[in-house]
Design a protein around this ligand. Structure first.
Ligand code: 5GP
Length: 188
């Protein structure tokens, strides 16, 4: 392994916890960071761009990636669509000495813990269950059925937060960003 090999961090957290907002701020302020764009069978939402937000693939394309061993991990999220981390871009970013961020669900985090035990795992938690519900309902991007499914997943995820190396409570985006930058070893 080369000396300048970059390190990898997993970021996990329930729906609507504000992962996207916090990570955007972390990437704005941090240097040498590299975000792993996942592949998913979920259709793109309005405004999402293929290759930037996700690689939007068909079920057949996803099957082929898995069969070829091209997924570092993958999981069925919220019981519906498959999401996975393409392996080669991550390996290239590590070789280039980047600090790699993998945003994955609980299942994916568990797989990475087995295959890459050296990877530090960060869990982003809401200040409270009530606040999480309010954020999910408030953003109004999912129908009631999908909201219920996401809250069900969120319960399981919150119950598992003790498995993670560090828990960051997203009380304020600024504080959560600060804590994550510190965990990544980025000081300004
Ligand atoms: P959304 O559909 O809201 O974009 O994402 C739903 C969830 O899928 C995210 O909260 C994240 O936990 C999970 N996810 C996104 N990318 C990956 C991935 O590459 N692997 C796994 N295991 N989960 C992912």
């Amino acid at each position: 392994m080369a000396n300048n090999q970059g390190s990898v961090f997993v970021v996990c957290g329930p729906t609507a916890v504000g992962k996207g907002t916090v990570l955007k701020e972390v990437f704005r302020r941090g240097t040498n960071l590299w975000y792993s764009v996942s592949a998913t069978t979920r259709p793109a939402r309005p405004g999402e761009i293929d290759g930037r937000d996700y690689f939007f693939v068909s079920n057949e394309e996803f099957d082929a990636l898995v069969a070829a061993g091209d997924m570092l991990e993958w999981a069925v999220v919220h019981k519906v669509h498959r999401y996975g981390t393409p392996r080669k871009p991550v390996e290239r970013a590590m070789e280039a000495g980047k600090t790699v961020i993998l945003e994955v669900d609980l299942d994916g985090a568990r797989q990475i813990r087995k295959t890459m035990p050296e990877v530090k795992q960060i869990f982003i938690a809401p200040p409270s269950w009530e606040e999480l519900k309010a954020r999910l309902i408030g953003r109004a991007t999912e129908c009631a059925e999908e909201q219920a499914r996401r809250l069900e997943t969120a319960k399981t995820e919150l119950d598992a937060q003790g498995e993670f190396d560090v828990v960051v409570v997203n009380d304020s985006v600024a504080d959560a960003t600060e804590q994550i930058l510190h965990i990544l070893g980025i000081s300004e």
